[in-house]
Design a protein around this ligand. Structure first.
Ligand code: GUN
Ligand code: ZN
Length: 413
């Protein structure tokens, strides 16, 4: 360790992810961070000296990862205007048209990023509006705060107001401009995502371009699938497909870098193909309840396992707080007969999701070389074991709060 490169030293107790839903409670650590924002040393405390002692504040842990949410829906949260398709038409699309104005987008990007920080979310897969200029503003704010993200415009060329639809060529040049400027920026902490919104808003030509573009540049893909029975039937009918997943498969959109939001109404054959493709599920349980879309069959996805991450799906999800969405994931699994451990839920919402989505801080953030991205959560004094702490963090919003957020070793909340 080069001691001269150390810029800050922390003393803390930490909840350290050990993989596969296991955690270690490390009671008294000395953690040093270097000027690049990476961990330079982690040792047991032996009076090394520190700039900040966090033991009274709470427990240090990896930040939350929101696997699926919509930046241009920040201001339309909680609009109970019906099931998915009417809700999109009445509450979502009118708001998303406002993002043609880049200044408006910048204003909302500020609110959006602050909302992430306030609840301890340090990395996310973010859908933008259809406008590349709005994604540009979002990337700029993510970068200046040091948040990690995969983000990009939603691609749509049909079934939406004309201000939100964009031809295939224009969509590709928007992606290209964003890729050149932002993909891999901030030492790879920012990535461009390819986001055909869902089958009902995309022509075959647009999805073809999306699949090819993502493959050429090795970009992550995300889309919605099987959120409602009506949407499922309409997608199969429009594309003449025997099931919904087949629509995306045709265009090379389903692979190990694909994040599929909702996945409520998939059949067994689709689940088998999704597993084989190693695609990742963004489970959005609160959104599913709010729109009345149905319940994802969590119990059927444990053995053999599907890679599960959790998304707030703001604004169909009612809030940015991933702890609330993990609680909703617990309730959803329980309705299907599966009682999830809080340690598992915490892993799905933090380090497990970071690893699945290829964020650089994979695994423990308390190891030499990791990004110093972490949060400090105030837990009740009586919570002294891993189990008690993870229960409190996931299930007890009254006595448990996110007290601080560090990105690249710098306090941001
Ligand atoms: N399907 C297509 N677009 C959307 C969206 O914005 N939110 C949700 N929940 N589902 C969608
Ligand atoms: Zn969504």
């Amino acid at each position: 360790m080069n001691r001269a490169s150390i810029v800050s030293r922390f003393r803390a107790q930490a909840l350290d992810p050990a993989g596969a839903g296991q955690w270690a409670l490390r009671e008294d650590l000395w953690i040093a961070v270097d000027a690049s924002g990476r961990v330079a040393a982690v040792e047991d405390w032996r009076d090394q000296g520190c700039d900040l002692d966090l033991r009274e504040m709470g427990v240090l842990m990896p930040g939350f990862v929101d696997a699926h949410l919509h930046f241009p829906q920040t201001r339309v949260m909680g609009q109970a205007s019906g099931p998915l398709l009417p809700w999109l038409a009445d509450s979502v699309f009118p708001e998303e048209t406002r993002f043609a104005d880049a200044d408006y987008a910048a204003e909302v990007a500020e609110e959006f990023c602050m909302a992430l920080l306030e609840v301890g979310t340090t990395a996310a897969f973010v859908y933008g509006s259809a406008h590349a200029s709005a994604s540009e503003r979002l990337f700029a704010r993510l970068e200046s705060l040091g948040l990690q993200a995969i983000a990009g415009p939603v691609l749509m060329d049909g079934d939406a107001p004309p201000e939100l639809t964009i031809g295939v060529e224009a969509a590709e040049s928007g992606l290209e401009a964003l890729r050149t400027r932002w993909h891999g920026a901030a030492e790879g902490r920012l990535r461009l995502g390819v986001i055909p919104r869902f089958a009902l808003s995309c022509s075959p030509a647009l999805m073809q371009m999306a699949g090819r573009y993502a493959q050429t540049h090795e970009l992550w893909i995300s889309t919605h699938i099987a959120e409602t029975v009506d949407e499922y039937a309409a997608a199969c009918e429009r594309f003449g497909a025997s099931d919904y997943l087949e629509v995306y498969e045709r265009f090379g959109l389903v692979g190990a870098r694909t994040v599929l939001a909702h996945c409520i109404h998939l059949d067994e054959g689709e689940w088998t193909r999704l597993r084989t493709a190693e695609a990742i599920v963004a489970h959005c349980p609160d959104s599913n309840d709010f729109l009345g879309s149905g319940s994802m069959p969590t119990a059927a996805l444990i053995d053999p396992p599907v890679a599960i991450t959790v998304g707030s799906d703001v604004a169909a999800g009612r809030g940015f707080c991933m702890r609330a969405h993990l609680r909703a994931a617990y309730d959803c699994a329980l309705r299907g007969g599966l009682r999830l451990r809080p340690e598992t839920l915490l892993d799905w919402g933090t380090a497990g999701a970071a690893a699945r989505l290829g964020f650089e801080s994979r695994g423990s953030p308390f190891r030499v070389g990791a990004w110093a991205d972490w949060i400090c959560v105030g837990v009740p004094r009586w919570a002294k074991s891993v189990e008690a702490m993870s229960s409190a963090i996931v299930f007890d919003p009254s006595f448990t709060r996110v007290e601080g957020v560090w990105l690249l070793g710098r306090r941001r909340w």
